[in-house]
Design a protein. Structure first.
Length: 163
């Protein structure tokens, strides 16, 4: 059976309701950002995968999100490298973290603006990935803060990312 792939950017809420976990194909053709649905859940880990689920904003609202870079056994690594995209009006808003080059345009304030909310109505954002992956509940039930508990230097981030 041939796997159906699509660009990660074209995943819809309907896709997520059908298949919440998606695996990057890892191939340059047609594009390294292409994904295919993972059919058997829960998965052992989330390496090379993204999860689509509803997250809870600080004001109690639930919104659809794509979450990636979760290490199911290392909550510190996850805190600094987790990726979060929030669905708003049929489009994905990709949140830039404190160490990302595009934080000014895609940081917490920009996300709040996109959602028509104040920053304190958005953050902290809580998520629960336990239904989708085996692993440490501390890592799989997490919170995305407006600012991290600790800021790492560029050297520390690189050392953590490339052990």
């Amino acid at each position: 059976m041939v796997e159906r792939t699509k660009p990660a950017s074209s995943i819809t809420v309907a896709d997520l309701q059908n298949s919440p976990v998606w695996r990057f194909t890892g191939q340059d053709e047609p594009d390294e950002r292409f994904v295919c649905a993972v059919r058997s859940l829960p998965v052992r880990d989330l390496r090379g995968k993204i999860v689509g689920t509803q997250v809870r904003l600080a004001n109690g609202n639930h919104v659809w999100a794509l979450i990636g870079n979760v290490d199911a056994s290392n909550d510190r690594l996850t805190e600094h490298f987790l990726t979060l995209s929030i669905e708003s009006g049929g489009k994905w808003f990709h949140l830039a973290r404190y160490h990302d080059f595009n934080r000014a345009e895609h940081g917490p304030e920009a996300l709040a603006h996109c959602l028509g909310l104040r920053v304190d109505e958005v953050f902290p954002i809580s998520y629960d990935l336990r239904p989708y992956v085996e692993g440490d509940p501390i890592t799989l039930c997490g919170i995305v803060q407006q600012e991290p508990r600790e800021r790492l230097t560029r050297a520390e981030l690189i050392a953590m990312a490339v052990p």
